[in-house]
Design a protein around this ligand. Structure first.
Ligand code: SF4
Length: 479
């Protein structure tokens, strides 16, 4: 785990810069030259707490096997290394010549007498590149060929050796170049990265003032760079183009894509909705379906704690669900879900099980694999050729161009000129739900547990209510 330990040598490159560097070069520059106070949200605070608990568990395990010394400074770390301490906790390594400083969670003495750096990480898949860089820098600071160790949250151990050297070199060279710049580097907007970045309020007005093309949904930064080389630098200029006159650019090839990009620019400027093609929504009895899942389980397998459904007549009293309190009841919840599906199948012979995005279908597939139930009759029906599952995001993204920067369910439904459906709890969201669920699990007071559960249910009910409102809005639009 990386801690926010202060260094008196701000020009040094820290492995903890790797996450920001992977996300955005401009963010790295701001972190160094104009940092803002950043308050993590509840979800990230919870992730950090779980990460620290994981680090403490690894520490306890190592302490049960070896004497563990806690380092107090760079000099003390060197002393402990010279003394041959079997495990050094919170070591501090510096190489001013290389311009590097690092704080590995553990330094573990190898039988060769050299040390291996080791970090406790919850998962290797999230921010994989940043983990490779962090551990690769520790190796460089230790200047030996031993692989670094990653103690993962699911109990596995990964090792990283010479194969990460190339990305470490790239990181160090790039960091030096960025930090030497007198001004923040110019980058393109990325909706997924920028909206969660502490510098969002600083950067967005600049992107908007310059009408940066990358503000548009579906326009990759590389496409914006390429169009700029052809003289198309603003959204207004793009809106005035024809698909035939627009040059090919990365991620922007073919008349259909170009036409869509131009309409996206027009929609951004005018707020207008454009219909690319007409579609018909499937006939049948629609049930709206949405799941809530917890990724923070001990084995990192997502546990669906809530399978929610909105049935005809689609008012708040028509909400049904399957709930499980704990991942140890995961199988029970899955069977409860399948039982509900069979009930609905019998009750509504032309059932359409509507959800937003591919997440629900992918989760059913994962559960089928997890419990080796691919051939189970209900599962085979859900995932087979005549599947009742219907992803309502498809007609949206295939047929419409909307005045939005993201096409998530909330983006579309909350927009006052589009679906205009508002969630009862404005703060709610999928990460919010995970936080509430983990609070529910940790809570001892029964009344408080019930209150937390009711909040999660209310959020899930609003989600399925939203897909119902989206259905009505689409039916009206496509009529
Ligand atoms: S808001 Fe976007 S462009 Fe600005 S620093 Fe953050 S990620 Fe980079």
């Amino acid at each position: 785990m990386m801690r926010n330990r202060k260094t008196t040598l701000p020009a040094l490159i820290r492995p903890s810069d790797a996450s920001a560097w992977v996300a955005c070069a401009r963010r790295v520059w701001f972190d160094q030259h104009q940092p803002v106070a950043y308050e993590p949200d509840d979800f990230n605070r919870m992730l950090s707490d779980i990460g620290l608990a994981h680090e403490a568990a690894i520490l306890a395990r190592l302490q049960s096997q070896y004497p563990v010394s806690t380092a107090t400074s760079v000099e003390n770390t060197q002393t402990l290394i010279r003394q041959g301490a079997p495990v050094i906790y919170q070591g501090q390594l510096i190489n001013e010549e290389l311009g590097l400083i690092g704080y590995p969670d553990f330094l573990i003495r190898h039988e060769s007498g050299h040390y291996q750096p080791a970090d406790a990480k919850l998962s290797s898949s999230e921010n994989k590149k940043a983990i490779q860089i962090q551990l690769g820098i520790y190796r460089r600071l230790l200047a030996n060929k031993l692989p670094a160790i990653v103690f993962l949250g699911d109990g596995r151990t990964a090792v990283l050796g010479d194969e990460v050297d190339a990305v470490v070199d790239e990181f160090i060279d790039s960091m030096r170049a960025i930090l030497d710049l007198p001004q923040p580097p110019l980058v393109r907007y990325s909706h997924s990265k920028c909206r969660i970045c502490p510098y969002f309020n600083h950067c967005l007005p600049e992107f908007e003032t310059s009408e940066d093309i990358s503000l548009l949904y579906g326009i990759h930064g590389k496409a914006a760079d390429h169009l700029a080389e052809s003289g198309i630098t603003t959204i207004s200029q793009l809106a005035a183009c024809s698909a035939e006159s627009l040059p090919d650019a990365p991620y922007l090839k073919g008349t259909k894509r170009k036409h869509r990009a131009i309409l996206q620019a027009k929609s951004y400027l005018t707020g207008k909705v454009f219909q690319l093609e007409r579609t018909t929504l499937p006939d049948g009895t629609w049930i709206h379906f949405d799941i809530e899942d917890n990724p923070l389980t001990p084995n990192r397998e997502r546990h669906v704690y809530l399978w929610g459904f909105l049935l005809p007549d689609y008012d708040t009293g028509c909400f049904e669900y399957v709930w499980t309190d704990h991942e140890t009841n995961d199988f029970e919840g899955w069977l409860g879900f399948l039982k509900k599906i069979e009930e609905y199948r019998t009750r509504y012979p032309s059932l359409i099980l509507t959800h937003y995005s591919n997440h629900e279908k992918a989760t059913i597939r994962k559960y089928a694999e997890r419990y080796a139930m691919e051939k189970h009759a209900t599962v085979a029906w859900l995932l087979g050729q005549n599947s009742p599952l219907f992803d309502i995001q498809n007609p949206v993204s295939d047929c419409l161009v909307l005045p939005l920067q993201g096409y998530g369910l909330k983006d579309i439904c909350k927009h006052s000129a589009l679906v205009n459906f508002q969630w009862q709890n404005e703060e709610s969201g999928s990460q919010w739900s995970v936080v509430q669920f983990n609070r529910f699990r940790a809570e001892k007071n029964d009344a408080e547990r019930q209150r937390l559960k009711a909040e999660i249910l209310s959020y899930n009910r609003d989600d399925v209510m939203a897909t119902r409102k989206l259905e009505e809005w689409l039916r009206n639009l496509f009529r």
